[in-house]
Design a binder for this molecule. Structure first.
Ligand code: 26W
Length: 868
């Protein structure tokens, strides 16, 4: 127990504390009561006092906001008590550094976490309002691209549920991932103005503003003790303002914090320019500063070395580390305890500049010696790698660093110098190795290799699935593995069952709970208990009923959004993820065309009816990915209109894929498509969400598919395609897609139909770059895997017709997929990387919805020096 200033001041304020406790009890019904009557009253109060409306004049938006504030009031109690508890106990804390947090809508999630979903639904319905419409009103906070950002959100959920003190640190982008629209089958992008109507879940904390420097030059000086020091004289200073969002644990008293930074100019106006008459110049500076947190870069898996992106990365990292120093010192810890107080996880290399910034803070600003500073830094950081694609590995031109972060470049040279000395000792005379390992890439334009910086500056390096970690060790990071074998670990990804089962699939949740109780929601391995019901006919009936219901709901949504009518009894075959050639959405298209061709050639052919559903965004500058979207829509147009295939094939592209939309898709899937080229997908997490909702997987041995198959059993997984080794071998021997094209008539016909203009009203040019790429390069081995894919899809067809067998496989997938919970993943990070234990949060009194083990009648609350 530390005797910090804050603890002392809370004792001095005992009187204030006592009255606060009393106050909390008194106002329970007004702002925290969980009964239907209290909730109704609170909702109407908020509508009147926050939205300024009588119910008759209120819009749907007003209703949503009034409800959101009603819920927020109820979670603030937990939030404040959590902060007070962490402060008093000086708890070790995880700081999850991520340029992306793809949180998804908050209202339903928070209602579930508080355990008041049903009460609120009743209250709203009794007021004569539509609860579903209110839920749908929430704008999606799309502050991420895909897998990496959503993983961060799942991890925050698990951290709070496991009662681990944690802060998520990132950027509050004014515009999140673009909204995807379709025009004539082409993707068009629209700006995502998610903040336009206000965000009720965040609290601005201007009192914790920090300053961040950019540009300029450095200077040396000798201080009054005769010590040499370096000063950074920037030419721009920007303010970082934190906005906090509470992250509630599932039915615990813990509410952690997601802290996102907005960039502002330090003064609204530059008065010097203003007074000298340069009004526009003064405003210009403000605009430049605000640009930093303006927009999320929509690239997934390709790094382009843009100055603004490095600016964003440094901005949020510099803000966050200053914030952590404030918390550390505010709680009375010495600087040297930084790595004991905080475990920082780098979500890919996007925040890797933190290694250098922490060194700069220690050495330049707090005057620690290099060795001590470096030891603390290395003990602080863990680095997670999320990609094997060479084009996604971040590199920043040295020149850019010189211009934007001149002091950091000097520090990087120093870090590199010492690191290279270390390599020389371990591998004497191996000059080639030095070149490969150096933080500076000297081939071509000199650049900084951020993954190398992250590896050197961290105590642990981890991949996100077993195969991925092996490939890191053998391939992408093999030299680092030789240098630091002890640093490497695997942490297979996981997903939160609270959002991707309980919230999005309530009927499945109820069915499972009636059989095995509700503990599985926190301990997902307990789903194993479902195995005994696998072959039980009434249970199988209920299982199918649940799935059919979800499919019916999705069918309604599809009709509303696309006008296409689909049959809920057909197999729902779903492929949803970012568009990228390595994910091979176009392999799926070749399959659809092959089936279509079979029907055209033989109209009486017996084919299991399928509805193919696609969703996902392409990076705006990624031509081929956008062309694949156009191809899907072109094929859909032809197939859906052809009377010969009626009742057998339907193709649907759901635009603007998001967390919100995903929640309707996973529960309704029969078949989950995970068809990337082996060795390319780091892990995948959609694959886990599908399996946990009872979809069967058709997939390659890639990423976490390998582990999913191991868990659910090879007989319950549809495997196809070349293995990573086979792909490597084929590539090294020289792969020629023509051999497949010439020898496989179905493949040839499918590709020829595209080239011939069959799907493009006779236009033979539009898809030429796509077909040429397949025929003459095929970098992702579609042609090599085509026949194997068609064969396994025939097995899928047969299996789907045997409903009892299919249901059995579906149940087994759910029963055996519990290991893919993000709780399991986070527990492993806590035990093996962060060395951190839970801190129980105590609420001062219990109301009807408190978790049963939350202690009551504690008077310990502190208000000073809080963590948030
Ligand atoms: C610099 C551009 C850029 C942007 C984003 C490079 C790389 C990224 C991410 C690392 C891409 C990403 O989201 N990767 C995905 O991470 C998931 C979570 O670990 C994995 O499940 C996916 O397989 C991986 O593609």
């Amino acid at each position: 127990m530390i005797h910090s200033a804050s603890v002392k001041s809370s004792q001095d304020n005992q009187q204030l504390n006592d009255s606060l406790v009393e106050h909390e009890i008194l106002r329970t019904n007004h702002r925290t009561g969980m009964s239907v009557a209290d909730l109704k009253q609170a909702f109407l109060d908020n509508l009147f006092y926050d939205q300024g409306k009588f119910p008759a004049l209120a819009t749907q938006r007003d209703y949503y906001m009034a409800l959101a504030y009603t819920v927020r009031d109820r979670l603030l109690q937990r939030w404040n008590h959590t902060a007070a508890t962490y402060t008093e106990q000086g708890s070790r804390t995880v700081a999850y550094f991520s340029a992306e947090f793809l949180m998804g809508p908050q209202l339903g999630k928070n209602l579930n976490s508080l355990g008041i979903y049903n009460q609120v639904q009743t209250a709203i319905t009794e007021l004569g309002l539509d609860f579903e419409v209110m839920l749908a009103e929430e704008a999606e906070p799309g502050l991420g691209n895909g897998g990496l950002g959503r993983l961060a959100a799942c991890y925050l959920d698990s951290l709070a549920t496991l009662e681990i003190p944690s802060l998520g640190y990132g950027i509050r982008y004014e515009f999140g991932i673009f909204q995807q629209d379709l025009q004539d089958g082409w993707q068009v992008e629209k700006t995502d103005k998610w903040l336009r109507l206000g965000n009720p879940w965040e609290l601005k904390r201007p009192e914790w503003e920090v300053e961040v420097k950019f540009g300029g030059h450095t200077d040396t000086y000798i201080d009054d003790k005769g010590c040499y020091g370096v000063r950074w004289i920037p030419d721009q200073v920007v303010s970082g303002i934190p906005y906090d969002t509470p992250i509630l644990g599932y039915q615990t008293a813990t509410a952690n914090t997601l802290r996102l930074w907005t960039a502002e100019a330090p003064e609204s106006f530059n008065f010097e320019s203003f007074n000298s008459g340069d009004y526009l110049g003064a405003v210009y500076e403000k605009v430049i500063s605000e640009n930093i947190s303006k927009v999320l870069y929509p690239n997934d898996d390709s790094s382009q070395g843009k100055q603004l992106r490095l600016t964003q990365q440094y901005f949020f990292v510099a803000c966050s580390l200053q914030d952590m120093l404030r918390i550390l010192l505010g709680q009375g810890f010495p600087l040297e305890k930084f790595a004991d107080k905080f475990a920082v996880q780098l979500n890919d290399t996007h925040p890797a500049i933190a290694v250098v910034e922490l060194m700069r803070l220690f050495v330049d600003e707090h005057h620690l010696g290099w060795e001590q500073a470096w030891s603390i830094t290395q003990r602080t950081f863990g680095y997670t790698n999320h990609t094997l694609l060479p084009e996604a590995l971040e590199r920043w031109p040295v020149e850019l660093f010189e211009h934007l972060l001149p002091r950091h470049l000097q520090l990087i040279y120093e870090i590199n110098h010492r690191f290279i000395d270390e390599v020389r000792i371990k591998f004497p005379g191996d000059e080639a190795r030095l070149t490969r390992l150096s933080l500076i890439d000297e081939t071509g334009e000199r650049s900084i290799r951020m993954a190398h910086l992250a590896c050197v500056g961290s105590h642990t390096i981890n991949g996100v699935a077993a195969l991925h970690t092996e490939l890191l060790k053998q391939d992408v990071l093999q030299d680092f593995y030789a240098m630091y074998p002890h640093k490497f670990q695997n942490k297979t990804n996981g997903v939160t069952p609270r959002r991707f089962m309980v919230l999005s699939n309530p009927k499945l949740t109820d069915l499972i709970t009636t059989k095995i109780g509700d503990q599985w929601i926190r301990s997902l391995e307990q789903l194993q208990q479902l195995e005994v019901f696998t072959d039980d006919p009434p249970f199988q009936d209920s299982w199918r009923e649940v799935k059919l219901n979800c499919k019916r709901e999705l069918a309604v949504l599809i009709q509303q959004q696309t006008g296409i009518i689909v049959d809920p009894n057909s197999m729902f075959d779903i492929l949803i993820k970012r568009f990228h050639e390595y994910k091979r959405q176009h392999l799926k298209v070749l399959h659809i065309i092959a089936l279509y061709n079979r029907i055209k050639a033989n109209p009486d052919i017996d084919i299991t009816p399928r509805t193919f559903i696609f969703g996902g965004k392409a990076a705006p500058g990624y031509w081929m990915a956008k062309l694949i979207i156009k191809l899907i829509n072109s094929v859909a147009d032809v197939v859906n209109r052809d009377p010969d295939v009626r009742g057998r094939l339907k193709v649907v592209f759901m635009k603007n894929f998001s967390v919100k939309l995903a929640q309707h898709l996973y529960p309704a899937a029969d078949l989950s498509e995970q068809i990337s080229t082996a060795g390319k997908e780091a892990s995948g997490t959609g694959n886990m969400k599908f399996a946990l909702n009872g979809a069967l997987t058709v997939g390659t041995l890639d990423g976490a598919n390998v582990e999913i198959r191991e868990q659910v059993g090879a007989e319950n997984f549809f495997l196809f395609g070349l293995t990573t080794e086979q792909i490597y071998e084929m590539r090294s021997k020289g792969y020629d897609p023509q051999t497949y094209y010439q020898s496989n008539p179905e493949l040839k016909l499918a590709i020829d139909r595209i080239s011939s203009g069959f799907f493009s009203s006779g236009d033979t040019e539009v898809f030429k770059s796509l077909t040429d790429s397949l025929l003459y390069h095929d970098p992702y081995f579609l042609l090599a895997d085509f026949q194997s894919y068609l064969n396994i899809q025939e097995q899928v067809d047969l299996a789907f017709r045997d409903t009892a067998r299919w249901t059995q496989m579906s149940v087994l997938n759910v029963a055996r997929a519990g290991i893919f919970s993000s709780d399991r993943a986070i527990q492993e990070y806590c035990d093996q990387i962060w060395n951190i234990k839970p801190t129980k949060v105590k609420l001062p009194f219990s109301n009807s919805q408190e978790s049963p083990d939350a202690p009551t009648n504690s008077k310990q609350i502190s208000t000073a020096g809080k963590i948030n």
